[in-house]
Design a protein around this ligand. Structure first.
Ligand code: ADP
Ligand code: ADP
Ligand code: MG
Length: 451
């Protein structure tokens, strides 16, 4: 490492620990930041140094830019890894890091800004010939404009927040009579959630798959893909299970998808870890949906198949190192599945279930990986995301991977709080999941079939 001397991790939970682990493998000292609610968290325990940055509320701690920059300056960290969520896609934060002579481990502020604006991203993709979902060219300027676009693309449509994320700020409209009201509601919600009322409209693709491609680009124009991930098992537009390869793609489509993802990254000279998300219809037509300019929760799936530590590579790229292997050197093989273990109660409308972990058994054995931050007696606080662990299995075939996942879920005990472990087991053992016959509505349909 030439430039990066010490890394501050501007995050918490499993991803903070995940980043600390890669820093250790690179022999780089780490600084954890934490809120008063996280004093006893693993990321604090395992970092070389730690600094309290404020009270539990994210606005006053993990999202508070001046406190984080000050923590970096006090500790002498000259690089910041933002993880996912929080400040990971905040262009202002990336800009302030740069102005403070701190290396932001991610793409430049300009790329974050461009891709974080979903209509600008769509325009950029269209320009280079990456297919986008049929819909508005830019932000909607009036209801009349929306009406005339919908006449062309036809119902159902989806109105989406231009600055949206985290599965929030989307409205599906199936009939003309709801269009006006949905438009107004979507704008109000977008303003409220993202401080930007801009919305756009897309054709709502029926029974689609969400398939994304993991990418790495460096500062020298090298762009590589690490295979796709099928993330169609979602609840309320949030991913629960991710697997690779996708059970629906054939080799020809898969290749076309990778080519489009590479083209998308090249269009913006992408130079970090990132993901191109596509929506894929029943006839396997695929359309660009958005780009996530950060490491994602489910990056582990691609690590298991490629044998490459993506976070470690992301750090080295920010150190301006060249990717020292080519696409043809990469062997992406086998089958990987990740499930997100959340502190929530599936029998009570998935209500968060914070509290003290009394007993814990983490599964192990061949082909099992658990990325987590919990331990016995740890108290899951109510202030943050409910994800407490990621369980990732790897096997030669999909059949073996599902069996292995069953075995690991059977061994997984998180006592004291309620989790979705049983629910995950139910899903992976349905006929449909076993056969790989599912789409983004799977969970919704599964839940209503249980009623
Ligand atoms: P991934 O694409 O990595 O699966 P998610 O979309 O699930 O990522 O987001 C990762 C984390 O970041 C989640 O905890 C999610 O709640 C949060 N997140 C992402 N974007 C936003 C946003 N714009 N506003 C609030 N939270 C967000
Ligand atoms: P976010 O930034 O919140 O992740 P995305 O644009 O990636 O938003 O969409 C999140 C999810 O919403 C997708 O994974 C998919 O399930 C659903 N979705 C988004 N756009 C469409 C569409 N045009 N048709 C059908 N489903 C969609
Ligand atoms: Mg998305």
């Amino acid at each position: 490492m030439d430039k990066i001397k010490k890394v501050l991790i501007a995050n918490r939970g499993e991803i903070a620990l995940r980043i600390i682990r890669s820093c250790k493998d690179l022999h780089i000292p780490t600084v954890a930041v934490f809120s008063t609610a996280d004093e006893k968290s693993s990321h604090v325990a395992f970092a070389d140094e730690s600094i309290c940055i404020g009270p539990p509320s994210p606005k006053e701690s993990y999202l508070k830019i001046p406190s984080i920059i000050t923590a970096a300056e006090i500790s002498g960290a000259n690089a910041i890894h933002p993880g996912y969520g929080f400040l990971a896609e905040n262009e202002e934060f990336a800009r302030i890091c740069k102005e403070s002579n701190i290396i932001f481990i991610g793409p430049s502020a300009d790329i974050i800004a461009l891709m974080g604006n979903k209509t600008e991203a769509r325009k950029t993709m269209k320009k280079v010939g990456v297919p986008v979902v049929p819909g508005s060219a830019g932000d909607l300027t009036s209801f009349e404009e929306l009406s005339s676009i919908v006449k062309k693309i036809k119902y159902p449509v989806i109105i989406k927040a231009t600055s949206g994320g985290g599965g929030k700020g989307m409205r599906i409209v199936k009939k003309e009579e709801y269009l006006k009201n949905s438009f107004e509601m979507a704008q109000a919600e977008a303003k409220n959630a993202f401080n930007d009322p801009s919305v756009y409209v897309e054709k709502y693709i029926e029974n689609p798959h969400h398939i994304e491609v993991q990418m790495l680009g460096d500062h020298y124009g090298n762009v590589l893909h690490f295979g796709e991930r099928d993330c169609s098992i979602q609840r309320k537009h949030q991913k629960i299970i991710e697997e690779s390869p996708s059970p629906i793609l054939d080799d020809e489509k898969r290749k076309a998808l990778f080519d489009a993802a590479i083209k998308a990254c090249r269009a913006v000279n992408y130079n970090s870890a990132g993901t191109i998300e596509f929506i894929v219809d029943n006839d396997l037509n695929f359309y660009f949906m958005e780009m996530n300019t950060r490491i994602q929760v489910e990056h582990t799936v691609s690590e298991m198949r490629s044998g490459i530590d993506l976070v470690l590579r992301q750090i080295r790229i920010s150190d301006e190192e060249r990717l020292n292997f080519r696409q043809k050197d990469l062997k992406i093989k086998g089958h990987a599945i990740e499930v997100r273990i959340n502190a929530e109660d599936p029998d009570n409308n998935f209500a968060p279930s914070p509290g003290k972990i009394t007993n814990l058994n983490i599964p192990g054995g061949f082909g099992i990986r658990v990325d987590s931050f919990i331990y016995p007696d740890y108290i899951i606080s109510p202030y943050y995301d409910s994800m407490v662990a990621k369980l990732i299995v790897y096997a030669e075939t999909r059949f073996m991977a599902i069996n292995r996942l069953n075995r690991a879920l059977d061994e997984f005990y998180v006592d004291g709080i309620t989790t979705n472990i049983k629910f995950l087991k139910e899903i992976i053992n349905t006929d449909a999941f076993r056969k790989g016959e599912y789409n983004t509505h799977f969970v919704e349909e599964f839940l209503s079939s249980k009623k």
